[in-house]
Design a protein around this ligand. Structure first.
Ligand code: ZN
Length: 376
């Protein structure tokens, strides 16, 4: 769903906490800004080491605050029986990946409010600590990080409550419209449109700032707006796809054609006699009458072309046990979610464990295009 790789940090309540590569950059930028500019300006006259210590500990507490925000959403979700796969921290916050849509408007509302609620609690707690340290007359250097964290958490709470889907505020809006209209479809549409509107405001405001000479802040706000707009559009699409596929089993959308090549075929023959002729980029590999693997264009592409006449298909194929599987009678929605999360193909089995087809992104896109043309 998000560009770039993610790194898993740890697991809490069975939810894996991951950071997107974009977050590493933000982490570094925040640490750098705090160490090199914020703390030296607010508390001048200390050594670089002191600023580094302050900068790093503040950044880590900032990071922890975002994880706590996301975990609050997840906690309410898990308590209401919703499965959360993972939390990914990305460019300006985090995203909890749910197994599906929340079952009721009420649960959606509670889940959406839990995150900003936590941010406000943290803002209060950090603010209270800073206030206490200041009142006790302890060196302002110690209170500094806490007042910074108080402000940043307050800001996070407010930003996330902006009423555009998929921000928390957009989810609140969706839940409220959902309560009123009783339609998840209608409410998602309204909340996503509001997200697009919000995104447009960000972009316009960003350009305004650039024109006024605040280029960096302007670019930053344009980036947030662009990201928000993309997220709004893709959440709406995701919902439409889930709706279109809700009652359909995998068997109805998979490719039933099982084209096979022998395991002892040379890659040169595979390319010239099969890939180029059939224009199918994926073929099953057969050995002693049994399907043992799958070979794709990219598997062939990894072999230098001057080695094609000496390399057997068997040595470049993906063994069948290594490929993700799905039952022919299972719901197309979960299979689609798997493919959307980056699994290139799913091998489809029947109840007797026999391979009956394959499901790829192309199958899903084709089906959606056909449905779209027919207006169903
Ligand atoms: Zn949130």
């Amino acid at each position: 769903m998000f560009p770039g790789a993610s790194i898993r940090l740890f697991k809490v309540f069975g939810i894996s906490i991951e950071i997107n590569i974009s977050w590493v950059i933000i982490f570094a930028l925040v640490a750098l800004a705090l160490t090199n500019s914020y703390f030296p300006t607010v508390f001048p006259g200390h050594s670089g080491f002191v600023y580094l210590l302050l900068g790093m500990s503040t950044t880590i507490l900032f990071f922890t605050s975002i994880v706590l925000h996301e975990l609050s959403h997840s906690y309410v979700a898990v308590k209401n029986g919703i499965y959360i796969k993972r939390i990914t921290l990305f460019i300006f916050g985090g995203v909890s990946e749910m197994g599906g849509e929340p079952p009721t408007a009420n649960i959606e509302l509670k889940m959406a409010l839990a995150g900003p609620g936590m941010s406000f609690v943290l803002a209060f707690v950090f603010g209270f600590i800073a206030f206490g340290l200041n009142r006790a007359g302890i060196n302002g250097l110690l209170a500094g990080p806490f007042s910074y964290l108080s402000i940043i958490n307050g800001f996070l709470g407010i930003f996330n409550l902006l009423p555009g889907f998929p921000l928390d505020g957009g989810r609140v809006l969706r839940a409220l419209v959902w309560m009123k209209t009783k339609s998840l479809h209608r409410s998602t549409e309204i909340a996503a449109r509001s997200g697009e509107g919000l995104a447009a405001i960000f972009v316009v405001f960003g350009f305004f700032l650039i024109l006024r000479g605040y280029a960096l802040n302007g670019l930053w706000i344009i980036l947030i707006g662009w990201f928000l707009g993309q997220a709004a559009v893709s959440s709406l699409q995701q919902m439409k796809i889930s709706e279109a596929l809700s009652d359909i089993p995998v068997g109805e959308i998979m490719s039933r054609e099982i084209k096979k090549v022998p395991a002892d075929l040379f890659v040169s023959n595979l390319v010239h006699d099969y890939f180029l002729v059939s224009k199918i980029g994926r073929l099953f590999v057969e050995k002693n009458g049994e399907i043992v693997g799958l070979v794709t264009l990219s598997d062939a592409g990894r072999v230098a072309s001057d080695k094609w006449t000496q390399t057997f298909v068997e040595s470049i194929m993906q063994p069948v046990d290594m490929i993700d599987k799905v039952q022919v009678s299972s719901s197309a929605v979960s299979a689609t979610n798997k493919i959307a999360s980056g699994v290139p193909q799913l091998i489809v089995y029947d109840d007797n464990g026999k391979i009956v087809g394959i499901l790829t992104k192309t199958d899903i896109i084709r089906l959606l295009q056909i449905r779209d043309k027919l207006g169903i």
